[in-house]
Design a protein around this ligand. Sequence first.
Ligand SMILES: O=c1ccn([C@@H]2O[C@H](COP(=O)(O)OP(=O)(O)O[C@H]3O[C@H](CO)[C@@H](O)[C@H](O)[C@H]3O)[C@@H](O)[C@H]2O)c(=O)[nH]1
Ligand SMILES: O=C(O)[C@H](O)COP(=O)(O)O
Length: 313
Amino acid sequence: MHPSATSWFAARTSTWRDWTPDALAAAKGDTRISVVLPALDEEPTVGEIVTGVRTLGPLVDEVIVVDSGSVDRTAEVAAAAGATVHHRDDILPSVGSRPGKGEVLWKALAVARGDILVYVDADLTDFRPHFVTGLLGPLLTDPATLMVKAFYDRPLLDVSAAGGGRVTELAARPLLNAFFPELAGVVQPLAGEYAARRSLLETLPFAYGYGVETGLLIDTYRAAGLDALAQVDLGQRTHGHQDTAALGRMAATIVHTINDRLTPSHSIWPTLTQFERHDSAVVPHVTEISLPDRPPMVTVDGYGRPTATRTRR
Ligand SMILES: O=c1ccn([C@@H]2O[C@H](COP(=O)(O)OP(=O)(O)O[C@H]3O[C@H](CO)[C@@H](O)[C@H](O)[C@H]3O)[C@@H](O)[C@H]2O)c(=O)[nH]1
Ligand SMILES: O=C(O)[C@H](O)COP(=O)(O)O
């Protein structure tokens, strides 16, 4: 692992259990906190998540759902649960509306009043209030922290207890390790649950669609340094799963987002860091990836000449 990533992982990783609601309420002062749910057709899950966030009482100043063009009853269910609902087309109408997740996270900045925004996906099937308190901990207690990413175990429902996060494992992590190895200690770079200061978010571009998490992560690192980032272990998270073709489109968007952030002199880092849970902790596991090619066989001394073969027993 890149040495900066090793030090960052050791220094900037915590667990939600480190941050109690009472301690956070005391640290909050007059900091305003908005919880923002991007939602496209999430009628079955959005209400319960809004209700769960509202159990945190005055720690959270507002719960906002930004509707990304739903054709189901997402907006009605969210409003009935107590969220303020905005349709993407009604926010900054002069700039028009684009499809995709990045658009609604970006437009949320124009309607939310918080100094800190906590993004939570609206398709979670096991939301618990500690998702929010965990993310707030490092921000409310350390002014140098600008963005906090969640991480968790990701079961692939009905398939594997530990095999979820397919785009993360097959595309985003290998690409980030190769081109932004300082970020290799981020356990869930695509986590849809993260919190950040408005003062950071309002200065960054928001990448298209599902590139938004990758773009914000790289751009925060480049604008403010690794120590502006922290990550919090939330335990386990389950959500709705998309099919392989849809995940292919997600991966392709992430490839473009990363490519937009490469420089002509970008080199490639030779290791991949993955993570495994051992007991309660998540630990990095590093694999050497690049060995030079073997040369064309015609250039190899001895090629074409009969060799004495030894029989192996
Ligand atoms: O056009 C869209 C698509 C999605 N969403 C919402 O965004 C959230 C996450 O979308 P989802 O399709 O569930 O994403 P995942 O397949 O779970 O993808 C993972 O990886 C993505 C790429 O980084 C992240 O954006 C996600 O948060 C993360 O969970 C959900 O609340 C969606 O309703 C929108 O608001 N508009
Ligand atoms: O983060 C990811 O890789 C995508 O959300 C896909 O997750 P899944 O493999 O758990 O469906």
